[in-house]
Design a protein around this ligand. Structure first.
Ligand code: CTP
Ligand code: MG
Length: 404
């Protein structure tokens, strides 16, 4: 007797062929699914958790016919261990249609000959980049418990009104859900339902609607943070959610700089000109506070140090205003989707006295970093006449930053 039972496999279809008309703006020239989101594109965030899921057989990303951006994104999504040539094993693509419904159906048609009728298909919108592995597992648990289909959703918690002409009625919210994606149904059942809806000229906005004449899926509790990026401001919210999910996006850095005193009548500290009987010997303006801060920020970003980005061998940096360096480092920080939580700076010097300049230094640095002066603490110490600082031969600064 053959005891082998073939478990249904689980495939994924990710419709990503939309035009993002509600998202389009002059500021964003790319289609919604390719909008930059932290250090990747929206599409990468939506595909990655599903592609990473061991129980998923393969992922079909459904693309707009003229999509030319997919190949570079696909390469970034290749799970480590797979080479470019092996890419089609788990990550595939199909061409979408003029509606979401048609795009999903095209993705299913692509699976004909690959998926068995009883296999499962998980459909997930490319526009939902904040889906978590936790939600995927909750859906698998529902299938394992015998559900005929599973839909991620959130119970409605607000009071709901329906306005019709001049009347406004309260809708009983008992049993009302907002449906999210992913949604999972049997491959052939879903395909036939979508073919049937198309034949009847019925528009469905999710898979559960296409299936509702035949299958009642289990509603699986999803996260309120599994938002759909529809308008530009949703992208900002998605970035915050992703940062919240990944505490590893908190980054710490430290930096240090020292300069010898030389001729001159002032020193630059934190972008502020501080009168002093001696200046510093430096290639740039010798601002130890900004240099230490830049190094701390670059350290937190994992991008080396100030010498790499602004070498003293470069004549352009001769006498340079260090605030230019700081602004460039701040731009790198923003590009990485991070901002300053706080910075703590210590100036080590016997002279000049720092206290009278603390507020203007914090304000100047904050302006260059695009943040609030309250996030920047400036303090100072002498070294009790010890060492080169104690002997008054030079001064130094240390900085510590936290980015998130
Ligand atoms: N989608 C698709 N094919 C279409 C239309 C939509 O694959 N012809 C996809 C979108 O790319 C998105 C998902 O379906 O991942 C949900 O659609 P929606 O959020 O409405 O995205 P868009 O249709 O792109 O946006 P809009 O309606 O604002 O134009
Ligand atoms: Mg749409």
């Amino acid at each position: 007797m053959n005891n082998l039972r073939v478990e249904p496999r689980i495939w994924a279809v990710i419709p990503a062929a939309g035009r993002g008309e509600r998202f389009a703006s002059d500021a964003v020239a790319v289609p919604k699914q390719y909008a930059p989101l932290l250090n990747a594109t929206l599409l990468e965030w939506s595909v990655r958790p599903i592609l990473a899921e061991a129980r998923i057989e393969a992922v079909v990303v459904v693309l707009a016919p003229a999509d030319c951006r997919w190949p570079s994104v696909a390469l970034k999504l290749v799970p480590s261990g797979l080479t470019k040539g092996e890419l089609p094993l788990k990550l595939m693509c199909a061409v979408g249609g003029s509606s979401r419904q048609q795009s999903v159906l095209n993705g299913l048609e692509y699976l004909v000959g690959r998926a068995a009728a009883q296999d499962w298909v998980m459909v997930h919108d490319a526009a939902r980049p904040c889906v978590t592995g936790y939600e995927l597992h909750a859906m698998f648990d529902a299938l394992d418990a015998g559900a005929p289909g599973a839909v991620l959703g959130c119970p409605i918690v607000d009071t709901v009104k329906r306005q019709q002409g001049s009347t406004l009625a309260t809708v009983d919210r008992q049993g009302l859900w907002r449906t999210l994606t992913p949604q999972i149904f049997r491959f052939e059942e879903l395909r036939q339902s979508l073919i049937d809806a198309a034949r009847r000229g019925v528009t469905v906005t999710d898979e559960a609607q296409a299936m509702e004449r035949t299958v009642t899926p289990v509603m699986v509790l999803g996260s309120i943070f599994n938002i759909k990026v529809t308008r530009p401001e949703d992208l900002t919210l998605a970035a915050e959610v992703l940062k919240m999910h990944d505490k590893a996006t908190m980054r710490v850095g430290q930096g240090m700089d020292a300069h010898a005193f030389g001729t001159g009548d002032h020193v630059m500290l934190g972008g502020v000109r501080v009168a002093n009987p001696r200046g510093v010997v430096a290639h740039s303006d010798g601002d130890v506070v900004i240099h230490a801060l830049c190094d701390a920020l670059l350290g937190a970003l994992g991008q080396g140090d100030i010498g790499q980005h602004f070498p003293d061998s470069d004549p352009r940096h001769q006498g340079a205003d260090s605030r230019v360096f700081l602004r460039e480092v701040a731009a790198r920080m923003r590009l990485a989707g991070l901002s300053l939580v706080n910075a703590d700076v210590t100036v080590l010097a016997e002279a000049p006295r720092i206290a009278p300049h603390r507020a203007s230094m914090a304000a100047t640095l904050a302006a260059d970093l695009g943040t609030d002066a309250a996030r920047i603490n400036i303090k100072a110490t002498t070294t009790e006449r010890l060492g080169f600082i104690g002997r008054g031969e030079g001064l130094a600064a240390q900085a510590c930053v936290l980015l998130a």
